[in-house]
Design a protein around this ligand. Structure first.
Ligand code: BGC
Length: 516
């Protein structure tokens, strides 16, 4: 059975309800899921650059790093060090499929509770690690937490939110991720001065959001959709009244029942997802995740301190620079919340692609000119690199970051929405794993060329947005097939008329290809 996500849009009646205290509490608690994920993204790079941590677990890297004549670009190239960061994402990939089943069978609330337990176990193992096994198993447990959390929290938020603030709430999850990354950067900055256990404190602090989620999730309510989907109709209606703060919820209740019934007709949503007409949203969801990761963002998010050391900053200045990029990331995500429904998804993505392409290319040029395998960049050049990284992060944070998650959550029809989204989550985790595992080795072998590599991807991303990405701003989620896919010059060929016959693209469509 496919789980249902109920959404309403302009063609549908406005449901009654206000933003109640219950909704606010639930959102705050679920936000800890985003914080946990963000904290884990941000913490590992700083920890991998701490000498005390390296001495204990990666003495070879520590030796290499301390070696005066060692090649700048290769100081941190070590498969195990990369595995410390990356194994979390491979575990999250596996977990997201299990979590999607869990969400349907047990509900969103227990899935979030399971996420917090995995997180707590992971925090205990990593913060108290005395050997590599504890460290890696701890990261894998954290990865299960991320997989369960990332599947359940966005779903929980979108099902709980009143329709009119659903988009903003969706991006709020990304906002909490960026806040988590920022907090992690600041924590690393402080703990790097605490010897020899600073890194343990960095890893242990992840326990705070996990504990909050664990305790808080005992108090929150299950979503009405999840209850109705599991045939608890009366309970579902009671919860709906409570979260909307009104007694007249029949319209919304009926629409959830209809969506759940519709979803129940599909016994195998994954088979439906493989059908020709599911291809447009599926291809877009997968490609956006690949692009989001191959833009090179996590090379910065995970390894900013390492990267800044590579260009010649000391320990302190590197961690401080990561704090600065963290602030830019949070602030620019706020811009996205404001702009996404005003100027639209497509324009944001195209503008940001130009901005990110230019900055990556200039960073590459500065490094080619200024950074020799040994020796440092001139201070002015190093400052320019930090500045350019900030502009690059800003572009990502108001476009590919949040929209990479928003677009796949709004373009699938109801019967394939959660299974399609599970594909998006797992593709994202796979690509994140690849970048986390390969970046330091690529930096060593490609040197400054790595920035041109990312710039080339960004060029393709921009082209793709211009020609193949439809604008979904203001389109009701349940009208995507008619108003977006069937109208698009390229994707309409995968659509069928109601009687099942194919829609043939007309020659004149080619002339309008960039308009949709
Ligand atoms: C991405 C993460 C990334 C973060 C940066 C998210 O949208 O999925 O991989 O680290 O943005 O803010």
């Amino acid at each position: 059975m496919a789980p249902a996500i109920v959404t309403s849009g302009g063609d549908m009646p406005e449901f009654e309800g206000r933003i109640t205290f219950t909704v606010i509490i639930c959102v705050v608690i679920a936000a800890f899921g985003g914080l946990m994920f963000g904290y884990d993204i941000g913490i590992s790079g700083g920890v991998s650059a701490m000498d005390d941590f390296l001495k204990e677990f990666f003495p070879a890297v520590y030796e290499k790093k301390s070696h005066a004549l060692e090649n700048n670009y290769c100081k941190y190239d070590n498969q195990f060090l990369q595995l410390f960061t990356s194994c979390l994402y491979i575990a999250a990939l596996v977990a997201s499929f299990i979590a999607s089943k869990c969400c349907t069978k047990l509900g969103r609330k227990p899935t979030m509770q399971i996420a917090s337990l995995f997180f707590l176990l992971g925090v205990v193992l990593t913060a108290s690690a005395v050997n590599m096994e504890m460290l890696i198993f701890g990261r894998i447990s954290l990865g299960f937490g991320v997989g369960f959390g990332n599947q359940a929290v966005p779903l929980f938020l979108s099902e709980l939110a009143p329709a009119k603030i659903r988009g903003a709430l969706n991006i709020s999850f990304q906002l909490f991720i960026t806040i988590g990354i920022f907090i992690a950067n600041m924590v690393n900055y402080v703990t790097s001065k605490i010897h020899p256990y600073g890194w343990r404190i960095s890893l242990a602090i992840a326990g705070i959001p996990a504990l909050m989620l664990c305790i808080g999730s005992l108090a929150i309510c299950e979503t009405p959709t999840s209850l109705i989907e599991r045939n608890k109709l009366e309970e579902g209606k009671a919860v709906l009244k409570k979260i909307r703060g009104v007694d007249h919820v029949d319209l919304e209740f009926d629409s959830i029942v209809v969506a759940c019934d519709q979803a129940k007709q599909i016994t195998n949503p994954y088979r439906k997802l493989m059908k020709r007409e599911s291809r447009p949203p599926l291809v877009i969801a997968i490609i956006l995740q690949v692009f989001q990761q191959f833009s090179g963002i996590n090379a910065i998010m995970f390894y900013a301190p390492v990267l800044f050391q590579t260009v010649g900053f000391g320990n302190d200045a590197s961690l401080l620079s990561s704090v600065i990029t963290g602030i830019v990331n949070v602030a620019s995500t706020l811009v996205s919340i404001y702009a996404v429904d005003r100027i639209g998804r497509k324009l944001l993505l195209i503008e940001a692609s130009v901005q990110m392409f230019v900055t990556q290319t200039i960073i590459g040029i500065i490094l080619v000119i200024g950074l020799k395998p040994t020796g440092n960049l001139e201070p002015k050049q190093a400052m320019a690199v930090v500045f350019l990284v900030c502009i690059y992060v800003a572009g990502f944070a108001w476009s590919w970051g949040p929209l990479g998650w928003l677009i796949p959550s709004e373009t699938f029809p109801v019967e394939t929405r959660t299974s399609g989204f599970a594909f998006a989550v797992s593709t994202n985790m796979l690509c994140t794993f690849i970048i986390a595992q390969a970046f330091l080795s690529m930096l060593c072998s490609m040197q400054a060329g790595i920035f041109f590599f990312f710039a080339a991807w960004i060029l393709v991303m921009g082209m793709f947005s211009i020609f193949f990405l439809p604008e979904t701003k203001g389109v009701p989620v349940d009208a995507m097939v008619e108003r977006v896919w069937k109208q698009h010059w390229f994707w309409k060929r995968y659509m069928t008329h109601l009687d099942g016959t194919e829609l043939k693209p007309r020659k004149s469509d080619l002339a309008h290809q960039t308009m949709t």
